[in-house]
Write a protein that binds this ligand. Sequence first.
Ligand SMILES: Cc1ncc(COP(=O)(O)O)c(C=O)c1O
Length: 354
Amino acid sequence: MSRFWSPFVKDLVPYVPGEQPKLSKLTKLNTNENPYGPSPKVLEIIKDEANDALRLYPDPNSDVLKSAIADYHGVSVTQVFVGNGSDEVLAHIFHGLFQHGKPLLFPDITYSFYPVYCGLYQIPFEAIPLDDAFQIRIEEYRGINGGIIFPNPNAPTGCFLALSEIERLLTVNNETVVVIDEAYVDFGGESAVSLVNRFPNLLVTQTLSKSRSLAGLRVGFAVGHPDLIEALERIKNSFNSYPLDRLAQLGAAASFADQAYFEQTCSAVISEREAMVAKLSAMDFQVLPSAANFVFCRHRVRDAAELAAGLREDGVIVRHFKMPRIEQYLRVTVGKPEESEMLFSSLKRILAEA
Ligand SMILES: Cc1ncc(COP(=O)(O)O)c(C=O)c1O
């Protein structure tokens, strides 16, 4: 706090990202990164592009990347917006597409950046409770609103809502923008991009941070009606003309060209997730059905904070949210089989203690 801060900055409650520990020996299962590296073809392109051309500004419109995304999703380039991670894309959406006079609706248990953006952009919001099984109930999203947003699969629950439910929501809510945040969709969900040509108020966001193993490159995008995209471009061009650097634009585009690697690594994560669910259940954990690259689980008798602390003693880091309704849950990222081994041998040790 300083006397030079504006009252606005003083009142901000920033997002707290999951820990990025400096020690390399840890089993890091806390921030939903992909355990498999980026496609070797992506790395090759990035290395090639690290040359004298870096003295030049990148393409402000990211045309090559937008074309790759448009081709991949079967939409036109005017339906694609790209940003520095989907967090930046979401920030522009909150700023430019949600009506600021009415409450934005999102689940009570969801991505914790949403209320932070509401604070930053002064948007009122209403957190709609998930049901007792932690599922989104579309009927609850019918009130007056300035927009609706939720992740699908939801985070940190991992639960996936069928596209037919999203369609049902869009049919009744056609006056405000509905955003489906598909950060984890490639691990078993079904994308709502297939609905954007029918619903001009639908915007779908995705990231290359999870299924494409490029969290460090910072690339995310939105797909929707050209009018929605134009609003985002206006905000972006009033804020930062070059949010994606040269390496990010080409590396990200290259990842869409290596479909085989993408499918192979997503399948490896999905099969490891299923193995983890089986083992956790056998150790007396209740595990929510996950369509993501993480599982959300609680032990039937042991305290979640104590479990997280015990795991940390063994160098295994998982995410524990000290929040109402979920304080007894742990979110565990799906890693490689050898990382699961570290997780389970630590859990075995902890659970053996009285
Ligand atoms: C639901 C959800 N949306 C968006 C993001 C942001 O992803 P990124 O900014 O890395 O694209 C995350 C990151 O964890 C997330 O969990």
